[in-house]
Design a protein around this ligand. Structure first.
Ligand SMILES: [Mn+2]
Length: 371
């Protein structure tokens, strides 16, 4: 039995806690709230902002993609061509979680890029005014609240006229991203979807997990399944319910073996035909697991037999040349990565797409000095 005069450090520390001022922290909190904007309606704790500012949640990264400037005050988002937006949500994974670290993994190794490509003759920093707005404040225990946060955040970003590049996050973010963008499109919006999995289940385990985004996105009136092209599907992890839904909704499934047979050039042509048919805009969703696990091991649901990096780089260049309204790179899960190769690859996907858009005159400026 402890003597009365024996003071526990825990007791003393707790007593001391009441005497440590909160003034600066509260001031900082108020500022973070202003910079990060108001949370979605469904979030009850109104001190949580829409965009993560400060150190909550802890998995929100502080590096910026391609080392572009970080925009802390979201009210200042204008006059940029491109905004990198982190969506560190992995509550939607059904097997291996970890893609909540995707945005920080993608950003960190993206420092290993000058932004210049010899092959494409593009310097992204000359052609684009780019900014990193940090991460959407995800609510890790609740998918639907996270969707509301993402949809509101992306709606805000898209409403400023800036081209959004989403750094995921698991693939469940595809649905709230489309929910945000589709209302801005004056007509139908097509979806070019790279993946080994169809992701058209209605639910998984009673929730809208990462195998469900295209079921819900194609319920959006101006995002019809007839404009959804799914590229690279196959292997042994396909959910039969997803295939049933894809068939019934008549999405276009291009199996990885189709691409092997017809070649990446023809495959890209077909993808453009489907996505742009009577559509006003096209969104690009790139699941890193479409690339073979030999090159992209850092992902939650790897499937052997996927694309090589060179194949996807060529395809991305081709499918981006008609223009895009936004893009996402999802399912990069650094905890399973080796030597950051998956994160590196994911970042390069972004670079190729941006360069292709620039070169096609669809984004920023592509001006060459006289010889
Ligand atoms: Mn996938």
């Amino acid at each position: 039995m402890a003597a009365d005069d024996e003071v526990l450090m825990g007791t003393e520390g707790a007593r001391l806690e009441a005497r440590i001022p909160r003034e600066r922290g509260q001031g900082r909190q108020a500022q973070m709230h202003e910079y990060g904007l108001e949370a979605a309606q469904s979030v009850q704790d109104r001190t949580i902002p829409l965009f993560s500012r400060g150190n909550s949640p802890r998995f929100a990264g502080m590096d910026t993609f391609l080392r572009v400037p970080y925009l802390e005050d979201m009210r200042q988002l204008r006059d940029y061509d491109v905004a990198f937006v982190g969506e560190p949500l992995d509550t939607g994974t059904t097997y291996r979680p970890g893609s909540r670290f995707g945005p920080s993994g993608l950003r960190r190794i993206s420092a290993l890029s000058s932004g210049y490509s010899l092959e494409l003759g593009v310097d992204l920093h000359e052609s684009l005014r780019m900014v990193d707005v940090g991460d959407v404040h995800i609510i890790p225990g609740n998918l639907e609240k996270s969707f509301d946060q993402i949809a509101d955040a992306m709606s805000y970003v898209y409403g400023t006229g800036v081209f959004p590049v989403v750094l995921g996050g698991d693939h469940s973010v595809g649905y709230p991203n489309m929910r945000a963008i589709a209302p801005y499109i004056d007509g139908n919006v097509g979806i070019i979807h790279f993946d080994r999995h169809a992701d058209t289940c209605e639910t998984q385990m009673d929730e809208r997990m990462h195998g469900t985004p295209w079921f819900h996105a194609t319920n959006i009136p101006n995002a019809p399944p007839s404009n959804l092209v799914q590229i690279g599907i196959g292997g042994w992890a396909s959910n039969r319910f997803a295939i049933t839904n894809s068939r019934e909704r008549q999405t276009t499934i291009m199996a990885i073996r189709d691409i092997e047979r017809i070649g990446v050039e023809r495959a890209a042509e077909m993808a453009l035909e489907v996505a742009w048919k009577n559509a006003k805009a096209v969104y690009l969703s790139f699941d890193i697991d479409c690339v073979d696990p030999a090159y992209a091991p850092g992902t939650g649901t790897p499937e052997p037999g996927g694309f090589t990096p060179r194949e996807v780089f060529t395809m991305l260049e081709l499918v981006s040349k008609e223009g895009l309204c936004g893009m996402e790179v999802v399912e990069v899960a650094p905890p399973y990565d080796h030597a950051e190769i998956t994160s590196l690859l994911g970042g390069r996907v972004v670079c190729y797409v941006l360069a292709a858009l620039v070169k096609a005159g669809k984004l920023g400026r592509y001006e060459l000095l006289p010889e």
